[in-house]
Design a protein around this ligand. Sequence first.
Ligand code: PLP
Length: 395
Amino acid sequence: MENLMYFDNNSTTPLDPRVFEKMKPFFTEFYGNSSSTLYRLGRESHTAIDHSRAQVAQLLNCQADEITFTSGATESISTLLQGVFHLNKSKGQHYVTCKTEHKAVLENFKFLEKQGAIVNYLDVNEKGEINLDELKKAIQPDTVLVAIMAANNETGVLHPIEKIAKICLEREVLYFCDATQQIGKLPLNLEKIPIDLLCFSSHKIYGPKGVGGHFIRKRTKRIQVQPLILGGKQENGNRSGTQNVPGIVGLGFAAEYAQEELSQYASHTKNLRDLFEREMKKTEELLIHGNTADRLPNVSNIEVSYLNTVEIISASQSFAFSMGSACSTENLGPSHVLRAMNLSDQACKSSLRISFGKQNTENEVLQFIKHLQEIIPNLRSKSPYWQIFKAGLWT
Ligand code: PLP
């Protein structure tokens, strides 16, 4: 691939070469099934998985037996939401979530609504923040669970998860946190924050794709989650199916390196993001979404008003970035996250998500800025929207 500058790290990250080295022997040399513990080859796989569980638990500051490995955050979200719903009907069928959650959460709730769940979707303000008083009001005596993500994948806006977890604890409802975008970018300490259920994904933290997992609090609570995948009772009966040993080993080391490099990651990506925004703000009619809220260090969601994102993307083939969310490129409708922040359809269609990673350099960012500053006026000069705006006729 020639000179592609990759700024779509919230969509996925490249595999860290150190992680790849750790995975390699588990494809070829140590290929045993981790359930086949009668012989050494199987036991080696089993031990490697135990090691990975401890590495992930260390990153999250929880116990290793509270971690279940799955194929990724989408599977974990499906397991947790459907699994809680099926075993808690006697407590109630009421759930609270937020309009800006990832589609994996929203689609699972849509599915559960067809089976009798009543779901309350909290609004966000124009910065992408929820109102904690509205959350408190939404929790009913029959509420089973609140699902509010840690960091938004499109804007990077952070929800106050510590406060949300405390509200849920006081009101005796479960708190599920989709932490897929926060893990490895900012600290998340499960000993300090009373989150009950949480999911994460390897490919967002420089690990391999197709692996991730979830946390279910065990020490202080008895939480019932019905497994989604049934069979040979691997993963302590929480997720059947032969474990993806190389993938899990990769996730374990990705978690270990993420923990070691957390503050370095945050300051490096924030420097790149701040440089990008500082320079891009000089462009006429350019807005930054979510920048007045607490946000992840690595994301910038910009609106290049009176231009369509598709035009910018097609003029930028040497650069990879995203329109709103990578998960919505199959669905070219306006981003549900930006719509929830009260942006018009046109504003959503003019928005780009740029997400920096640890491998990006200042030089790459400068080249990207230069490129955008050249093409934006050029594309706008051909854009009817821009001409209408410039003529003062835009209403
Ligand atoms: N949740 C969030 C916030 C995400 O950003 C993503 C991926 O884009 C997912 C869930 C799904 O993760 P996975 O690709 O591991 O299924």
